[in-house]
Design a protein around this ligand. Sequence first.
Ligand SMILES: [Cu+2]
Length: 268
Amino acid sequence: MELADGESFHLRPGPVIKQLSGTTVRMLGYNGSVPGPTLKVRQGTEVVVHVTNGTEIDTTVHWHGLRLNNMYDGVPYETQVPIPVDGSFTYRLQFPDPGLYWYHPHIREDYTQEMGLYGSILVEPTDPDYWPPAHRDVVLTLDDVLIEDGAVAPFSRTQTTFSAMGRFGNVLLVAGEPDLALTASAGEVVRLWLTNTANTRVFNVTLPGARMKLVGGDSGRVEREEFVSQVLIAPSERAIVDVLFDGPGNWPWSTAPPTAPTGWRRSP
Ligand SMILES: [Cu+2]
């Protein structure tokens, strides 16, 4: 979703029905999708987001990594009162820095984020030479979800399920899909904008056979670009990599955790 300076839009977290590898599961999504809409804005602009809580528990929206007015940071009881069920809150977002950011609730992330409440924010630089040239942008979230007996495994109603932010999953979701396949032309440089939206899993992204260059991370571009064979991304971290597909073929994704003994193996 492209938003111009001063524009406003509505974001509604609520239940969604999702197909995961032939199974129908109940999840949560922003505006009916997992991930929620990718927001594309220009550096230096400001937008207004009206949030209405369509979930069954209190929520807030935290704008991860954005430097904005503290009262819109989405931290319950610190910067705002929680948005009750069916309640609303209006956020005013500023984008002083180019790069990749994301949004998610700041209440019971072990449940709400695991269930699918997350989305990416792409802030385009005002300087046209900020990034090296690439042919195409692809914004992807990396996540895992724990499926048991054909449903997302249950959560405790009264306390965080597992320590800190949550648990490991057994189904890998790239852009919310368990079997995402993308195509590229030979010779094309595709810029992958990756955010780890998993609760606890660290991803180790490799694309054996393709050439990968790390160009950015949490705070925009890296100081020095480098060719890499793998990119480690911890929960909430972002990585921006340029991938050159220099001939025909298939490139299997691997997001094996860094605990893989040698080389790489398929995950989940
Ligand atoms: Cu965050």
